[in-house]
Design a protein around this ligand. Sequence first.
Ligand SMILES: Cc1cc2nc3c(=O)[nH]c(=O)nc-3n(C[C@H](O)[C@H](O)[C@H](O)COP(=O)(O)OP(=O)(O)OC[C@H]3O[C@@H](n4cnc5c(N)ncnc54)[C@H](O)[C@@H]3O)c2cc1C
Length: 327
Amino acid sequence: MAGEGATIEGLHVGTHYLNRAYFSLQQALGDNVVKNKILAKETSIRAGGPAAIFAVADSFDQLRAVLYSANEWGLPLFVIGKGSNLLVSDAGFQGIVVRLGKDFMLKRVDGNKIQAGAAVSLPLLVQTASKQGLDGMTFAVGIPGSLGGALAMNAGAHEHCIGDVVSSVMVFSKSCELKVLEARDLCFVYRNGNFDKDDIIVEATLALTPGEPEMIKRQLEEWFGKRKSNQPLQFPNAGSVFKNPKRTPAGLLIEKAGCKGMRSGDAEVSEKHANFIVNRGSARASDIHSLIKAVQIRVFEHTGIYLEPEIEFLGEFAEILIVPRKS
Ligand SMILES: Cc1cc2nc3c(=O)[nH]c(=O)nc-3n(C[C@H](O)[C@H](O)[C@H](O)COP(=O)(O)OP(=O)(O)OC[C@H]3O[C@@H](n4cnc5c(N)ncnc54)[C@H](O)[C@@H]3O)c2cc1C
């Protein structure tokens, strides 16, 4: 019934459906569901507006309830990991944002394999592998984020990526069907796991190789040290803003185009690493977004190359970014 119960303030579209979905989710998730949750604190760059509905699914049953509600009320659904590759618009998201909770934080080591829920943090997996003397995860040292986000983005560094060590991935489809995808069914490419748009990654098994613990430790220290010296980790950021084009790293192109230090409000192109935009205090998502666009245009004017954003965007932004044609 329209107008029934509380309203979700500030929404103009589909408020009725949002309210219905919220009330039905309250039955299934209790306190794990909230209205108008500001997402800035849920992202590493610390900017962005509210999710009309924010839910933490602690179990398969709760995740099923979230999917059911989104389907039932025709609401867009977005799954958030640790928000370390994400820019949410200031206006927020008129739908359901779901994060995987408790039951998706479990991990098990079995020989050379680690089976882990999608909510397990990548740093924890790097640490677990290293403690077990397993090699194959060192590339990920210092990459924040969850296993689910890493698989969706095919996170990588030092010429390695998570796709290299995946044995299988379990996903929950839009129709609430659990599917196990074997490595041969998957198609990881540079910064893209190529999963179906609506699939939610719930678990994965990583196949690692036995390694020499001392060597693993040294490699971790070296690569972590490199990050600390190259990256502006003292300010909120979302990692590399743009993907590297084939021949030249994006950071070098941005630096050569004279973009270091460019600002929009409190958003700044880092002086330390040109492919990072940092939040110097109270940057709005619109500041960050306009700076991304300004950099994209400046680099194009200097090089003829349109840089493709690596950061994912959620919600609506006033300006339109150029999406380069795939080569
Ligand atoms: C300081 C810093 C350094 C970084 N360095 C690197 C680096 O070296 N290499 C690199 O690749 N990245 C890097 N990143 C970016 C980021 O950490 C990775 O992309 C990470 O894998 C994102 O994981 P997340 O959980 O934070 O995902 P989020 O940012 O929350 O989401 C990213 C995308 O993944 C999707 N997603 C998340 N969870 C799931 C799920 N369970 N099922 C389906 N889709 C899901 C989201 O919908 C979204 O589209 C860096 C970021 C920071 C802040």
